[in-house]
Design a protein around this ligand. Structure first.
Ligand SMILES: Cc1cc2nc3c(=O)[nH]c(=O)nc-3n(C[C@H](O)[C@H](O)[C@H](O)COP(=O)(O)O)c2cc1C
Length: 184
């Protein structure tokens, strides 16, 4: 079990008996791991904010918690640190252009207002998303060059047709892919 210094992202107080891996090795291993693609959105004083994230994970059923990471250099970090809530969109394969858009220039992400509408609570919802989760920000944990964001799930939405029609969108070996069942 890690000690509290490691948990907070500070260097370990324990003697380091292990070699470090390089960034190249780290990336080479992790790119082999396929990850579901999400877009996290939030409302920052009336301004829509959002970014593509593959760090989404389910965390706890009781209470219902999910998590994702945001890098400290992200233009969205300031807004996220003070946000009460977020919407996490679990993208379908048909939404790869949206995933690309939300990882590029922040100014362009919400430029087409026909593609999204705000919830009553202000967070933008991207149209055509098969499944999305409304989460209340529960805990922010600094970890290395990122912040782990833990959210309590307060609402889930799934599109009955969309969930069946669209394969989930994955990111694998540096590119987008669709998840297909091996057996029907
Ligand atoms: C497939 C993919 C997955 C990503 N996952 C994350 C993530 O989990 N957390 C994160 O902070 N940024 C992630 N990013 C990067 C953000 O989408 C975005 O490009 C980055 O935060 C820079 O945005 P900025 O210009 O608004 O600072 C990912 C990018 C791609 C293409």
């Amino acid at each position: 079990m890690s000690n509290s210094m490691e948990m907070s992202g500070e260097p370990s107080a324990r003697p380091d008996r292990f070699q470090n891996v390089s960034a190249v090795e780290y990336r080479a291993a992790l790119r082999r791991h396929p990850a579901g693609v999400t877009i996290v959105t939030l409302n920052s004083r009336g301004r829509p904010v959002g970014f593509t994230a593959t760090s989404f994970a389910s965390l706890s059923l009781d209470p219902p918690l999910v998590s994702f990471n945001i890098t400290c250099t992200s233009s969205s970090i300031g807004a996220l640190e003070v946000a009460e809530s977020v919407v996490i969109h679990l993208l379908g394969a048909h939404q790869s252009p949206l995933a690309q858009r939300f990882s590029r220039s922040a100014d362009e992400r919400f430029a087409d207002e026909s593609l999204w509408s705000p919830l009553d609570t202000g967070e933008p919802v991207l149209h055509g998303t098969p499944t999305w989760i409304h989460g209340r920000v529960h805990q922010l944990i600094p970890a290395g060059d990122s912040v782990l964001v833990i959210c309590r799930v307060v609402r889930v939405h799934w599109d009955e047709d969309g969930a069946g029609l669209h394969a989930p969108l994955l990111y694998h070996k540096g590119g987008y892919a669709a998840a297909m069942p091996l057996h029907e």
